[in-house]
Design a binder for this molecule. Structure first.
Ligand code: IMP
Length: 419
C-alpha cells in the first residue's frame, strides 16, 4: 500500500497546487487532507488561471477522482462554488461525512479576535475557531446537513449554540438566531449531501486494489499547529502526520516538500531572513507575491536553509520540489541563510524552532553567484545557466535531500524534472 504526499516546506504559498496538478497525471485520485479555504492554490493551465481554496487541485484535470478528507474544515458557500468547478471539469468528487463545517460564528470569532491585541494575522476565514470545536468534540459535520433534526441536535447538544452566542457577544457582536442558522445550513443540503461518503473506506479500497493515492497538503510545515512557532501558526496538522491521523496511513512512497527558491510569509510572526521593505518589493513584484486568498502583500526574504532543514525533519519530507527559480534571475549575488547564530555560536541543528528562538537568532548567509538570463523557457536542467544549477546543487547538499523537480514559471510545461 503506497501513497504520495505533497506538503509545503515553508510558510505556505510554495506552489503546491501546481505540483499536485502535475502529479495528477499519474494519480487518478487526489485527496485534500487538512486546512480549509485559508489556502489558495493558483494553477495556470493553457494560459487560464484557476484559484482553488478548498477542493483538491486535481479537479482541474478532467477524469480525476477528488476527495475532501475528514480533517478538512469546509466553508459551505466556497464548497458549493468549487463543486461547480469540479463538475465543469468532469471530475468526480467525494466529501467525507466527518469533515467539519465552518459556521458563520467561526468567522465572526476569528475576525473579532484579530481586531484585538495580539493578533496572529489569520486569513479571517474562521479556520481556528472551527478546529477548536473539532478538538472540543462539538460543532457541525457535513453529515449533519442530511436532516434538520440531527442538525438542531448537534447545534444545541451540551448548550453548544448558547456558549458560542455568549462568546460572540463577549467579543462585541451579535449572533445569528438558531432558527436562521439552521435554515442557512440546510440551504446547502441539496448541493452537498449527494457528495457525502466514507472517504477512509473509499481510499482503503482503492489502495487494496493497488492504486497509489496522492495527498495534497495546504499551508506548510512552518505553520503546523504542533511544529510551527506558536502562536503564529494555522490550526491544523500540515506535516505528513496529517495524513496518518486522518486516514490511518503510516507508509508513504514519496513525501514531496515544496519549497520556493526564496521565502515568503503572510500574517504575523518571526521571519529571520526577511528583507527590508524596498528589497522585499523587488521580489514581491517579480514573483507576484500577493495572497491568493486575501490579496495581502506577502513578506519576502531569502531562502532559509535552517528553517528548510527543520521542515524536512519535522514534516517527514523525503524529496524537494523547488519552485519559482525564474524569479531570482537578475540578482548578481543571492544570499542564502545557512546558519542561525545565537550569542556568538551556531544554533544546534536539532533545536526546535520556537518563537523565542526565531526572535533571538541572527541569520548567517552564504553568498551565491546569481545569473542574469531569463530561464522561463528552459525545459531541461542542462538549459539552465551554470550558477542556477549550482544554486540547486547547494540547496541539495545543505539539506541532504534530493531536489527532484523545479519550476521556472507558472505553466504545467515550465517544470523541469531531474529524475
Ligand atoms: P489561519 O489559518 O487563517 O488561522 O491563519 C493562521 C496563520 O496561517 C496566518 O499567519 C495566515 O497568514 C497563515 N496561513 C493560513 N493559510 C495560509 C496559506 O495558505 N498560505 C500562507 N499562509 C497561510
Amino acid at each position: 500500500m503506497v501513497a504520495t504526499v505533497v506538503i509545503g516546506a515553508q510558510w505556505g504559498d510554495e506552489g503546491k497546487g501546481k505540483v499536485v496538478d502535475l502529479l495528477g497525471k499519474d494519480h487518478p485520485t487526489v485527496v485534500r487532507f487538512h486546512g480549509g479555504n485559508n489556502a489558495g492554490h493558483t494553477l495556470v493551465v493553457n494560459g487560464k488561471k484557476h484559484v482553488l481554496h478548498l477542493l483538491p487541485s486535481g479537479i482541474i484535470r478532467s477524469g480525476t477522482t477528488n476527495i475532501v478528507g475528514p480533517g478538512v474544515v469546509c466553508d459551505l458557500p466556497v464548497l458549493v462554488a468549487e463543486l461547480q468547478i469540479a463538475a465543469e471539469h468532469n471530475s468526480s468528487m467525494y466529501l467525507d461525512e466527518h469533515a467539519a463545517v465552518i459556521l458563520p460564528h467561526h468567522i465572526q470569532i476569528d475576525q473579532l479576535r484579530e481586531q484585538r491585541a495580539g493578533k496572529v494575522g489569520t486569513t479571517g476565514r474562521g479556520i481556528g475557531p472551527c478546529y477548536e470545536d473539532t478538538v472540543a468534540r462539538r460543532g457541525v459535520k457535513l453529515r449533519d446537513l442530511k436532516n434538520e433534526e440531527r442538525l438542531r441536535k448537534t447545534l444545541t447538544r451540551g448548550d453548544y449554540y448558547g456558549e458560542r452566542c455568549a462568546l460572540v457577544r463577549h467579543l462585541g457582536d451579535s449572533f445569528i438566531p438558531l432558527h436562521d442558522l439552521v435554515g442557512w445550513c440546510l440551504s446547502f443540503q441539496e448541493k452537498i449531501v449527494p457528495y457525502l461518503a466514507d472517504t477512509r473506506a473509499l481510499i482503503a479500497e482503492k489502495m487494496t486494489a493497488g492504486e497509489t493515492i496522492l495527498f495534497e497538503g495546504a499551508q506548510g510545515v512552518l505553520l503546523d499547529v504542533m511544529q510551527g512557532a506558536l502562536p503564529y501558526v494555522t490550526s491544523s496538522i500540515c506535516t505528513v502526520a496529517g495524513v496518518s491521523s486522518t486516514f490511518g496511513l503510516y507508509a508513504f512512497e514519496r513525501v514531496i516538500g515544496v519549497a520556493k527558491a526564496y521565502l515568503t510569509r503572510v500574517g504575523e510572526g518571526p521571519f529571520p531572513t526577511e528583507l527590508s521593505p524596498d528589497a522585499s518589493e523587488r521580489l514581491r513584484t517579480a514573483g507576484g507575491e500577493y495572497g491568493a486568498t486575501t490579496g495581502r502583500p506577502r513578506r519576502c526574504g531569502w531562502l532559509d536553509l535552517v528553517a528548510l532543514r527543520y521542515a524536512i525533519r519535522m514534516g517527514g519530507i523525503t524529496e524537494l520540489f523547488l519552485t519559482k527559480l525564474d524569479v531570482l534571475s537578475g540578482y548578481g549575488m543571492i544570499p542564502v541563510c545557512t546558519q542561525y547564530m545565537q550569542g556568538g555560536t551556531s544554533l544546534s541543528t536539532e533545536t526546535t524552532l520556537t518563537c523565542p528562538i526565531l526572535e533571538q537568532i541572527t541569520p548567517r548567509y552564504a553568498e551565491l553567484p546569481g545569473w542574469s538570463e531569463d530561464i522561463t523557457n528552459c525545459r531541461v536542467e542542462a538549459d539552465l545557466p551554470k550558477n542556477a544549477r549550482e544554486y540547486i546543487a547547494f540547496i541539495e547538499k545543505e539539506t541532504q535531500t534530493p531536489i527532484t523537480a523545479l519550476s521556472v514559471g507558472p505553466e504545467r510545461s515550465q517544470i523541469i524534472f531531474r529524475t
